[in-house]
Design a protein around this ligand. Structure first.
Ligand SMILES: NC(=O)C1=CN([C@@H]2O[C@H](COP(=O)(O)OP(=O)(O)OC[C@H]3O[C@@H](n4cnc5c(N)ncnc54)[C@H](OP(=O)(O)O)[C@@H]3O)[C@@H](O)[C@H]2O)C=CC1
Ligand SMILES: [Mg+2]
Length: 418
């Protein structure tokens, strides 16, 4: 068990040190553990993964999920540290799990219907498209303790049900790659679950997450990146702590170079979450420039096609958006293609009512190498009528941000065109 504990600590220290080589993240985790009283003999009990002994695999998963939920929010135990051994987890059929979600959520209003819009690109492709999902899922601690949602019934935010809604959204679209922000239930929920659905997962917490300021939090929030292991091979992974004017900031990104097993084509997928709030526009711009510089190096100056998913916390009028749109990486924003002229971003990707008033903004984007990749289709956004007068999150949508989902294919003649 001592070895087991040591390996957990090594995992965390390795996680924190992977990109930025600073002790800040380690200190943050250490302070969090200290604050939770997590440095005594309790450690053995807390770090052992709960055994499930029920019937079929879905029931076991369901039981494990329910157990996690029962333990996490209300207890002092940092369940997010519990990372199960993947060898002991059986695969789950996504259809079966989706049915389970629907059973749990049967008393709620039905999920909103969203359709994929066929974008009819002229570029034929001999390989199946790659489905990419970008989503700020709303950190549980921020939703309950920081966001100040004004017209959001308390049951809407209950993790025991909200997590099934998040899961249902992911299962409904079955992305090949999933890019998430505000993940504060990685180790106890998304990693074990999605690994059983065949995904490889990576999590990079914010060094000083505002979640840690919320009572009964479940650990820091951060970015998470998942890809289907039967479709892609991981070539390179970088956890990036973003800088602004050479100073390290509290915002992060994950950039992974993947190889498509079927076509052999390589590309880089990135997830990020930039600094929020008005008054921070220059800061966001500096973070965006830093990210672009990192991506220039990773993609060897456009030799490797790129997809960047993120909650940029910036409207299209902001400097950081313009930096991305005019970058030498030749990026374009996929969701513009849903507009009539193909040049306009959607009217909103987040819509909520805070105590300070109504907030309707376009903040979330999927950027892609416009010469190397084509957007085959994109999932339409929710209408104002679907969102309803109380806005988001709601009983039938779990986050204040909408998910963005696109199907991409590689263009046939990439050389020199990226
Ligand atoms: N005491 C503690 O332990 C610590 C507390 N903190 C807190 O963290 C914050 C700084 O962290 P930083 O990473 O820079 O955070 P950000 O300013 O980037 O925002 C953090 C989160 O707050 C959400 N948010 C955006 N606008 C508002 C709003 N008007 N009201 C409420 N929430 C909003 C954002 O969601 P979205 O992206 O969806 O808009 C985002 O996920 C400080 O405000 C501080 O209070 C930080 C460190 C330690
Ligand atoms: Mg938020």
């Amino acid at each position: 068990m001592v070895q087991h504990m040591a390996s957990r600590w090594q995992q965390w220290i390795a996680l924190s040190m992977t990109s930025s080589c600073d002790v800040w993240s380690v200190v943050t985790v250490f302070l969090y553990l200290t604050r939770q009283g997590f440095l005594g003999p309790e450690v053995d009990r807390l770090l052992s993964f709960p055994a499930c002994s029920m019937g079929n695999s879905t029931s076991r998963l369901y039981s494990a999920l329910a157990k996690t939920l029962n333990n996490s929010a209300a207890s002092q135990h940092p369940e997010y540290l519990v990372s199960p051994d993947p060898e002991h987890l059986e695969p789950i059929d996504p259809k079966e799990l989706l049915e389970e979600c629907r059973t749990v959520l049967h008393t709620r209003p039905p999920r909103f219907q969203r359709d994929f819009v066929d974008l009819r690109t002229d570029c034929p492709s001999s390989h199946p498209p790659m489905r990419i999902m970008q989503w700020n899922i709303l950190a549980q601690a921020l939703g309950e303790g920081k966001d100040n949602f004004a017209q959001c019934p308390v049951e809407t935010l209950k993790w025991e049900e909200r997590k099934y809604l998040i899961l249902e959204e992911i299962l409904a679209y079955q992305p090949d790659i999933l890019c998430l922000q505000e993940v504060d239930h990685y180790f106890d929920t998304f990693q074990p679950l999605l690994s059983r659905l065949g995904y490889h997962g990576t999590f990079f917490p914010k060094p000083w997450s505002p979640c840690l300021d919320v009572e009964h939090n479940n650990g820091p929030d951060g970015c998470a990146l998942f890809f289907l292991q039967n479709r892609f091979k991981l070539v390179r992974s970088a956890n990036i702590r973003l800088t602004a004017m050479t100073l390290k900031t509290n915002q992060v990104a994950i950039a992974q170079t993947l190889e498509c097993k079927e076509s052999g084509r390589r590309f880089c997928i990135t997830v990020t979450h930039l600094k929020a709030r008005t008054g921070w526009e220059q800061f966001r711009s500096a973070q965006g420039s830093d990210l672009l510089q990192n991506l220039q190096n990773i993609t060897q100056g456009t030799k490797i096609p790129l997809i960047v998913c993120g909650d940029f916390n910036a409207e299209p009028t902001e400097e950081v958006y313009k930096c991305f749109a005019s970058s030498s990486l030749n990026l374009d924003s996929a969701y513009k293609l849903l507009s009539a002229d193909g040049q306009s971003e959607p009217p909103y990707t987040t819509w909520k009512i805070r105590t300070s008033g109504e907030c309707r903004h376009t903040l979330d984007y999927i950027w892609y190498s416009k010469h190397a990749l084509s957007v085959k289709s994109a999932l339409d956004l929710l209408t104002e009528e679907q969102i309803g007068p109380n806005r988001l999150p709601s009983l039938n949508y779990p986050s204040d941000h909408l998910s963005l989902v696109c199907d991409f294919s590689f263009n046939e003649e990439p050389d020199g065109l990226l």
